[in-house]
Design a protein around this ligand. Structure first.
Ligand code: HEM
Ligand SMILES: [Ca+2]
Length: 827
């Protein structure tokens, strides 16, 4: 990835170098009338606009030599007027359709993923006009649809700014405190030059531009021949659905699956469309509604047809402009802070963060004797409540916490670890609630990052990818490459496809391995939205966690358990969802480019036919996988990214294929290089060297030990307990020494030394970074005689070069002291 790395980290890669693949003159199957276009030339030379690889693969690239001209100011103004009218009309239609809407818990198939915030809905309402304006402005231009984005990019700033003013961009300027030592709750002000980067409720960034059907907004819909793409559910049946027994990993544990989901819920939550009054769209009964994109079920569907079902609900993600609010293609909103910063524990905005705090001792709220997460008393989450009135849904930083018990368990463990650390810090330092909360939060964020980069990612990506992309934590010392120009945001293709590889690791059953739940193994669909499974203090958290590392996860391959492809959030048998189909449909909804394009972005050869294992064919697929794809798609250029990526043979040392390894690696590089608060970094907000050494001792195993009743555990919980990864005593695992955070209130003054008759001085012996990393608070000077202000002003301070924390006493300070003294004298 030599050539593209910069573009992929710092912006959007929109030019691509076409590799020289198999050189047949006329690809079989190209219809008469379709212009074959320019053949790819010599390798490394043919740089083309990425969207020109629209329809018939690289054989059909239409080269754009003359940059298309932007629409006139007048055309744009008319477009805006029409757009405003259209959005108003759509709003009225929406109102009149509200009889079809369903409340959260009764909406099949989505569970808590439909918990969209009001803020997201508001942002999208504003953006709707911009997207419609963009569409109108280019409608009449005689250019290929794939070039519409390019045309809009040519609009001069003057015109754009005027439009922006009229539509009120929701991503406005914000004020930052550059001296703050802690992350903000919403992720803003991390990058001080671009305070909105990584903030919650901002758009997903893109590695490469979108590939919408109309170039701007409509889901990808037709194949290279102009026919409809295969139905998402058809692909799920032919490629992703299998019997459940055969595809276990032979090393990684089911905990690896769960940790992946947990960090996924830290860095991303897509905002899905809602119906009226925050209820949900039922797109099967009103498919024509704005933001409806239901999944048709084939009449011969092996599962759903037995229930006479012909449609699965699917709502589009809310549309937004990009962060700059320019006229362009539809983007999607991330409601979470993009950074890997513990937001799944603390929340992604100040209001959520505050609602989870005790405001005492720096602790987070708990329930059930501090053993469990706090209860959601207003009951805003979607979870299934049993008759027992003591059982409620749980609350955590991420609203999807109640999705299934293994997730609740991990969420609980991190909440408890926070409180454990906050308690220790409060006890040994006597800190205020705020100080203890922020320091504990900073430590937890660092531990989550360390476990991710040190334990989880190497298992998924393999050592080579970790080294190539500089993702490996150093054994000691600071990471010195924080880069203010690296965009930290979550990329759309990563969220809508690549990081969903974890869905393939999910087992058919959860395991409760514990004293009280003597090894229960319920089917996953019975566990969705079930907080009640956790309330058993002696069993819940501990036994479901033990069940995670004592079982293998499923292999990352095209196959997903039927618990996910037939029974996702099922309430009535036969009416659950299909997560594989949803992933495919979501990719199209977001305008994610097809598999082959992503291969080229990752400098891998695209497939020109379905032959397995050869360059120019499906190079990284085995025969059975290639065959399943060939039976489903009419051209390799149509393969959806999720489907093509997840079915690749894993790279050596890792668990995902080369395309996903590339995309996941790049994303975690952006999250490392672009995060001023990255735990290993040496920026202004760094840990002290001794503190960093402590953080690097953190292991997931020890964190589980500290917060459950488990007392022996394998050292590496990401691998299943085996003879080579045996359970050892918790006490033999390294422990963080929180005493390294002690006495950090100030940085260590020397004693006062008399300098002359009137002045005593002290020096800050440990200027930043001292052992605590804190400034010395207070004045370096003390005055013993304050009779003559004139005299004071002339006092020569000793040479203080090289001691950055010493401030000269200000004139105001002197005046204040003087007036105080005189008042004292007067009486
Ligand atoms: C029992 C386990 C899991 C269930 C039931 C589940 C379910 C879901 C559902 C319903 C969605 C929303 C789909 C959509 O509407 O587009 C989703 C999104 C997603 N899942 Fe999972 N998932 C699970 C585990 C995982 C794991 C292990 C990973 C990664 C390692 C993962 C990564 C993602 C990502 C990246 C998204 C997109 C994020 C977003 O839309 O906000 N999931 N999952
Ligand atoms: Ca986050």
């Amino acid at each position: 990835l030599q050539i593209n790395l910069n573009a992929l980290m710092k912006g959007t890669l929109d030019q691509i170098i076409i590799p020289n693949i198999k050189g047949q003159q006329e690809r079989p199957g190209i219809r008469p009338g379709v212009r074959p276009g320019i053949r790819p030339g010599r390798p490394g030379i043919n740089r083309v606009d990425i969207n020109s690889i629209g329809k018939i693969g690289i054989a059909g690239i239409h080269r754009i030599d003359v940059a298309p001209k932007a629409p006139s100011r007048k055309a744009i103004e008319t477009a805006l007027k029409t757009a405003t009218a259209k959005v108003r009309k759509d709003d009225r239609t929406e109102q009149s359709m509200r009889k079809f809407d369903t409340p959260d818990i009764r909406t099949e198939g989505f569970g808590p993923h439909l918990l969209t915030s009001l803020e997201a809905i508001e942002i999208s309402e504003n953006a709707q006009v911009m997207i419609e304006t963009a569409k109108n402005a280019v409608k009449k231009l005689r250019i290929d649809k794939s070039q519409r984005r390019k045309v809009l990019e040519q609009i001069p700033d003057g015109i754009l700014n005027k439009i922006k003013k009229q539509t009120s961009c929701p991503f406005g300027a914000i004020q930052c405190d550059p001296t703050s030592e802690y992350r903000t709750a919403d992720g803003s002000c991390n990058n001080l030059a671009n305070p909105l980067w990584g903030k919650s409720h901002t758009p997903f960034e893109r590695f490469i531009p979108s590939f919408y059907e109309d170039g701007l907004d409509d889901p990808r819909a037709t194949d290279v021949f102009g026919d409809p793409l295969p139905l998402a559910r058809d692909i799920s049946v032919k490629v992703h659905t299998v019997s459940d027994s055969t595809t276990q990993m032979n090393d990684l544990s089911h905990f690896s699956m769960e940790f992946g989901q947990f960090i996924s819920h830290d860095i991303q939550m897509n905002a899905l469309s809602k119906g009226q009054y925050l209820s949900n769209l039922n797109c099967c009964s009103s498919p024509q509604r704005r933001n409806c994109f239901p999944i048709p079920l084939p009449t011969n569907d092996p599962f759903y047809s037995t229930f006479n079902r012909t449609c699965m609900n699917f709502v589009r993600a809310l549309g937004t402009t990009n962060l700059e609010c320019t006229l362009g293609p539809r983007q999607q909103l991330n409601m979470n802070t993009h950074y890997l910063d513990g937001s799944a524990v603390y929340g992604s905005n100040k209001a959520t963060a505050d609602s989870l705090r005790q405001f005492s001792g720096g602790r987070l709220k708990t329930s059930t004797n501090n053993q469990l997460l706090p209860k959601d008393i207003p009951n805003k989450s979607s979870c299934i409540l049993p008759a027992n009135p003591n059982i409620k849904c749980f609350q955590a930083g991420d609203p999807r916490v109640n999705q299934q018990p293994a997730l609740i368990a991990l969420q609980t463990i991190w909440m408890k670890e926070h409180n454990r650390i906050a308690n220790t810090l409060t006890q040994s330092n006597g800190w205020t609630d705020e100080k203890a909360y922020q320091e504990a939060r900073k430590i937890i964020g660092a531990m989550i990052q360390h476990v991710t980069y040190n334990e989880y990612l190497p298992h998924i990506l393999g050592d080579q990818q970790m080294i190539d992309l500089d993702l490996k934590p150093k054994s000691s010392g600071y990471f010195t490459h924080y880069d203010t120009t690296t965009k930290p945001q979550i990329r759309n293709g990563f969220s809508a496809a690549a990081f969903r590889f974890g869905h393939s690791m999910v087992r058919q059953r959860l395991a409760y391995n514990g004293p009280l739940h003597s090894n229960q193994n319920p089917l996953l669909h019975n566990e969705f939205l079930r907080p009640d499974k956790i309330y058993d203090v002696n069993g819940g958290i501990s036994s479901v966690t033990r069940g995670l590392y004592e079982e293998f996860s499923q292999k990352v391959d095209r196959k997903m358990t039927k618990e996910l492809t037939e029974r996702l959030f099922e309430r009535t048998h036969g009416f659950g969802g299909d997560l594989a189909a949803v992933n495919i449909q979501r990719g199209r909804d977001h305008g994610i480019a097809s598999y082959n394009i992503w291969r080229m972005v990752c400098e891998l050869t695209p497939a020109d036919d379905f032959t397995a294992g050869v360059s120019g064919g499906l190079e990284h697929h085995s025969t059975a996988e290639a065959l399943a794809l060939a039976n489903t798609y009419s051209s390799p250029w149509d393969i959806d990214l999720f489907t093509g990526g997840v079915s690749e043979t894993p790279i050596s040392g890792g668990k995902v294929g080369p395309t996903f390894a590339c995309m996941i690696g790049l994303q975690f590089r952006a999250l490392k290089f672009g995060d001023r608060f990255f735990y290993e970094g040496n920026t202004d907000v760094k840990f002290t060297p001794t503190q960093l050494t402590e953080i690097k001792k953190a292991t997931m195993a020890r964190i589980i030990c500290e917060n459950t009743n488990i007392n022996s555990i394998p050292k590496d919980v990401f691998r299943k307990t085996t003879s080579s990864n045996p359970e050892i005593s918790c006490s033999s695992l390294p422990e963080l020494n929180l005493q390294k955070w002690k006495n950090c209130v100030d940085g260590g003054w020397s004693g006062f030394v008399k300098k002359n008759r009137c002045v005593k001085m002290r020096v800050c012996n440990n200027p930043k970074p001292n052992s605590c990393g804190k400034k010395c608070v207070g004045s370096p000077v003390e005055f013993t005689c304050l009779n003559n202000i004139k005299k004071l002003k002339n006092i020569k301070l000793p040479n203080i070069n090289g001691l950055p924390n010493i401030e000269r006493p200000s004139i105001t300070l002197l005046r204040n002291i003087k007036s105080l003294q005189s008042r004292r004298r007067k009486g």
